[in-house]
Ligand binder design. Structure first.
Ligand SMILES: C[S@@+](CC[C@H](N)C(=O)[O-])C[C@H]1O[C@@H](n2cnc3c(N)ncnc32)[C@H](O)[C@@H]1O
Length: 206
């Protein structure tokens, strides 16, 4: 069976539509070099969270709140909430403002601080966690993410194609308490567009 010619152009034509606020955040991200997930991964986050009826969602790496808006739309639909961790005070302020503009402030909390430190004091359980901080922080965060997710909870990991994520990828792959896949994907308007994305479900406590 033949493939669609120029598959990347074809898929670019299938990028989900989104509200004006998200388009403004995309333009800001391009202008300022802020690495946001873009509309395809954003919609994927919404779909995953909405499909599982996730009420309690944890995000590591808020930036301006772009992915948090997608996650919070899903959490709000289930009567739940998102906690998002960000160590840059200006980013945290902008994210809070953007969540207010999105009408989602009641269902989202941006906590300011280093994710590793904030995770240490956090209690779960969470239904879904999205990992999108500095890639060297992925492996140190993995034990806390396992502790905080409920059995059957979903871990979504962005940018697993980055060198800094290699040790994390290996650890997740070998850990029998998770079932995980790591996908090499073409992700239009993602930063970068060719990248890895991991999905893992917590199948065992120990
Ligand atoms: C890739 S951006 C997040 C993009 C956001 N998830 C989105 O798609 O809209 C990573 C963000 O994580 C923050 N960050 C990086 N390492 C962190 C850490 N260890 N703790 C807390 N925040 C961190 C950075 O300041 C940056 O704003």
């Amino acid at each position: 069976m033949a493939m669609i010619p120029d598959l990347e152009s074809h898929f670019r034509g299938l990028v989900p539509s989104r509200r004006e606020l998200l388009q403004r955040l995309e333009a800001e991200a391009t202008r300022e070099g802020i690495p946001i997930v873009g509309p395809v991964v954003g919609e994927l986050l919404f779909i995953l969270a909405f499909a599982m009826g996730a009420r309690d969602i944890l995000e590591l790496g808020t930036a301006t709140g772009y992915s948090a808006i997608y996650l919070t739309e899903a959490a709000a639909a289930a009567g739940g909430r998102v906690i998002s961790l960000e160590r840059d005070a200006d980013m945290a302020r902008r994210a809070r403002e953007n969540l207010v503009s999105a009408g989602l402030a009641a269902n989202a909390e941006v906590q300011l601080g280093d994710a590793q430190a904030l995770l240490a004091d956090m209690t779960g359980p969470f239904d879904l966690a999205f990992l999108d901080i500095d890639k060297e922080g992925y492996l140190p965060a993995l034990p806390a993410l396992h502790r905080l997710l409920r059995p059957g909870g979903l871990l979504v990991v962005d940018n697993t194609g980055f060198q800094g994520a290699a040790a994390f990828n290996a650890a997740l792959h070998q850990d029998r308490r998770w079932r995980a896949v790591n996908l090499l994907a073409f992700l239009p308007q993602h930063s970068p567009e060719q990248d890895g994305l991991a999905l893992a479900v917590k199948v065992a406590d120990c």
